[in-house]
Design a protein around this ligand. Structure first.
Ligand code: MRU
Length: 358
């Protein structure tokens, strides 16, 4: 998608290095950063220079290629794989990508390892773009249906950033929105700010602006009253890990939005590529929920009136704070899963019919 009119992907390989858009600097600064070693890739994931489940998966895949470039000894590759998988615990895409890379690399001669790895990482990116595009075409049908009934702007609420910045291109939750916009359906997006890191305000609103899509940032507590007032036609969110039972793990606050949607009969959809499905875990209590540094709550960063970026403390100095990054939305609150293969029920049967894998 576009930034200042120019088409970008979120990650690409050029001039022998992996390039990323540093998302910690958006929306005020647009900075492309080079990743040259596996530790650069691990740090980019940990510090959230890259974030969003599909994108951290792709970064891990490139990370394996960078590790091989440094040292193609099997022990080093194994250790690097562990570091990448452990960089963030919740999104299943990290494990998925590292596992896929290692499978691809087994039985490859050491002199060919790097070429095979870099091509597989590129393939993961291309596949994600295709999956996200299909998610968009599927999700578009829901938006179109609402528009045909309403004949007025379709209001869609989203949480966090499940936009193109969280994937390689298109996004998951935003892909149906981009497709609707391109096909001339009037859409407006309620963007949950998404404290504490403000991925909604800093990233989702930013990318929608760049594509000319009307959007309004709201605090994380505003969605409920908008739903009561009939000002939300549907919710679409992304996910970091969806179980084969249809239970959805996503950015903290998603669950409360799903409860409000359920109480107000607002359809609540989750958009995801199959790389985000955890086929093994059956009980959502077993999903590791990332707890990040409490300073992400107590400090806030922004631009002052002289255009300098500043970080300031907003909490009482002696207060304790706690920063859980994800929560679980049980399947019963999810209207449907929008996948690259079509829309299915958030249930074992729904997913079984869509992906003959269970
Ligand atoms: O902590 P983040 O910013 O990596 O969290 C991202 C999300 O929660 C997204 O909704 C999810 O990864 C889906 S991305 C298509």
């Amino acid at each position: 998608m576009r930034i200042a009119g120019k088409e970008y992907r979120t990650i690409w390989y050029e001039d022998d290095v992996v390039k990323i858009i540093d998302q910690t600097k958006l929306p005020h600064n647009f900075i492309i950063k080079d990743l040259e070693t596996v530790d650069h890739a691990v740090n980019a994931i940990k510090s959230m220079e890259v974030r969003g489940a599909p994108l951290i998966g792709a970064t891990a895949a490139f990370g394996i290629a960078l590790a091989i470039k440094e040292n193609n000894d099997l022990k080093f590759i194994k250790k690097s794989s562990e570091k990448l998988v452990n960089a963030r615990p919740t999104a299943i895409n990290l494990q998925w990508a590292v596992h896929r890379m290692n499978n691809k690399l087994s039985f490859i001669k050491s002199e060919n390892l790097f070429d095979v790895a870099i091509n597989e990482a590129k393939e993961i990116c291309n596949e994600d773009i295709n999956f996200c595009e299909n998610i968009g075409l599927e999700g578009f049908k829901i938006i179109e249906k609402i528009y045909n009934q309403k004949k007025k702007t379709v209001n869609i609420l989203t949480h966090c950033n499940a936009g193109w910045l969280a994937t390689i291109n298109w996004g998951t939750a935003t892909s149906p929105i981009y497709h609707a916009h391109k096909k001339g359906i009037p859409v407006h997006v309620w963007v949950d700010e998404t404290r504490p890191r403000n991925q909604g305000a800093n990233l989702t609103s930013f990318e929608l602006n760049e594509e000319g899509i009307p959007n309004t940032i709201i605090t994380d507590n505003t969605g409920g009253i908008l739903m009561q007032r009939g000002e939300v036609d549907m919710c679409i969110v992304g996910t970091d890990r969806t179980l084969s039972t249809g239970d959805v793990c996503n950015k903290i606050g998603t669950y409360l939005k799903a409860l409000a949607a359920y109480d107000n009969n607002v359809p609540f959809y989750v958009a995801l590529p199959s790389s985000t499905i955890d086929w093994e875990t059956k009980d959502y209590n077993e999903i590791p929920i990332e707890e990040r540094d409490a300073e992400e709550l107590s400090y806030i960063e922004g631009k002052d009136d002289k255009n300098n970026i500043k970080k300031v403390l907003i909490y009482p100095e002696r207060s304790k704070s706690m920063n859980l990054a994800f929560d679980i939305t049980p399947a019963k609150y999810v209207t449907g899963l929008i996948t690259e293969k079509g829309i299915c029920k958030a249930s074992t049967n729904g997913l079984k019919q869509m992906f003959s894998k269970l």
